[in-house]
Design a protein around this ligand. Sequence first.
Ligand code: ATP
Ligand code: MG
Length: 562
Amino acid sequence: MTDEQPKLKLNFIQQIIDDDISANKNDSRVHTRFPPEPNGYLHIGHAKSICLNFGLADKYGGKCNLRFDDTNPSKEEIEYVQSIKEDVAWLGFDWEDRLFFASDYFEQFYDHAVTLIKNGKAFVCDLNLEDMRQRRGTLTSPGQESPFRNREVSENLDLFERMRKGEFADGFCTLRAKIDMAAANMNMRDPVMYRVMHATHHRSSDDWCIYPMYDWAHGLEDSIEGITHSICTLEFEDHRPLYDWFLDQLNLHHPQQVEFARLDLNYTMMSKRKLLELVQEGLVKGWDDPRLPTISGMRRRGYPPTAIREFCSRIGVAKVKGVVDIALLQHCVRDELNKKAPRVMGVLDPLKVVITNFPEDLVEELDAINNPEDPSAGTRKVPFSRTLYIERGDFMEDPPRKFFRLGPGREVRLRYGYFVTCTEAIKNEAGEITELRCTYDPATKGGDSPDGRKVKGTLHWVSAAHALDAEVRLYDHLFSVENPSAISDGSDFKDNLNPDSLKVLTGCKIEPSVNDVRPGDGFQFERNGYFCVDKDSTVERLIFNRTLTLKDAWAKIQKKKK
Ligand code: ATP
Ligand code: MG
């Protein structure tokens, strides 16, 4: 688990940049990029990378590009490009006029490959993938050179051109760098630069039937764009020598690759492949399902972008891997919503209450505070009448001593309203309570008793005739185990999905001030948590997502520690 870190401490990447600036490297420029592959929607891990890359550019007065690393047409789609742009902008970052696509550099990549061939540093290899794998060697033994390794430059140039022209079937041959089959770093053992793939690309269409591999393309993309610091996650550390080798061989502008630990959160997972599986198999409702750690899912659930940025800043960047407690993310969300969310009353599981001594046709408009954290938010009126709803769980027929809410003969305060005392619980034939009868004390208007009488419980409520009907969706962890990614006993990761991650409640009753809302609008339903209007919500059918409950597990843990 990551502890809170002091905010102003330099992270190790800032240290590297500071040193580079002192040495006047790259004329002291700072230019970063966020380079997603458009093969899925962005998640909270990507948010960390986005905040880091755009954040550094901002801190040093530099620039940050948004670049699509679209070199693999088999998995990439325009839908993903759109969603990624939307998510980065929603998080609050601006790539200005610097939106780039690796596919726009395909011709340059090709030319650079020709240069390497001419310099005897690359060759066309006819081994298939399986043969190549067998000759790769192991961590402790060297690989075997390809029988095609010593082809003449002219032959390589001719074959490579024919690869491009489409004369070969998928997988028939590859272009490989000629480095060292005995290198201790397996990535340096004559890695593949191009493969033949007759696939239609979402931007370059059918212009190409050879596509560059990540390691070949990525450094070139950075170099072409004049990137100074190419920040990536730790699994690319072993690829850095290859990144460096390509750029050195070609004598091009050479960005510095810097690796940091990727974000991992408990009770969820970040693998795009697995998230895609959940989406495709209908186990969640699309990429923006509020249970997913995707940015679009968090947006739909009501997480503010400021809270996500705050979370990313608090977890910091480091070289060591660790799993961050999802409670910290939720803490940041609550912190933000607590400051901003207007308070209203909403009853999720309504139980009818009739105030028998309240006049039949009277409707009183009571004053309610919109946000105790923010006096400038003012007050509103809530109607009070003879028939109300309270939360079913706020009544017990036979309450234990510590239950301070309503029970037969007990008195409680209705928030902003009156003291009421329960006189009778009415049941149906099945013995279920269908209605409560109460009396109210007119002298307690506003919630205070002039005779100093105290009550322990304060309940939220809504006036039955005025309440709005709503559907409410409650969420819990997507997985029922703490670290679903770490389970490697061969079982299906989907076996650990939490069967109770979504609960749909219908017939919820919300106070009438919430009548003119739009998707994304957020509220605190007093005592029940933070809620936001779902994108499918309409005037006829109000739908709310519960963003979070009010219980802050993170704050509790921190308190205990002190
Ligand atoms: P894959 O490459 O397997 O499709 P990916 O999650 O690496 O998945 P990319 O689109 O390549 O997806 O990621 C874009 C950028 O976001 C990369 O620079 C990557 O290092 C960074 N990134 C991805 N996942 C995380 C994470 N969990 N924490 C921090 N950064 C991440
Ligand atoms: Mg990647």
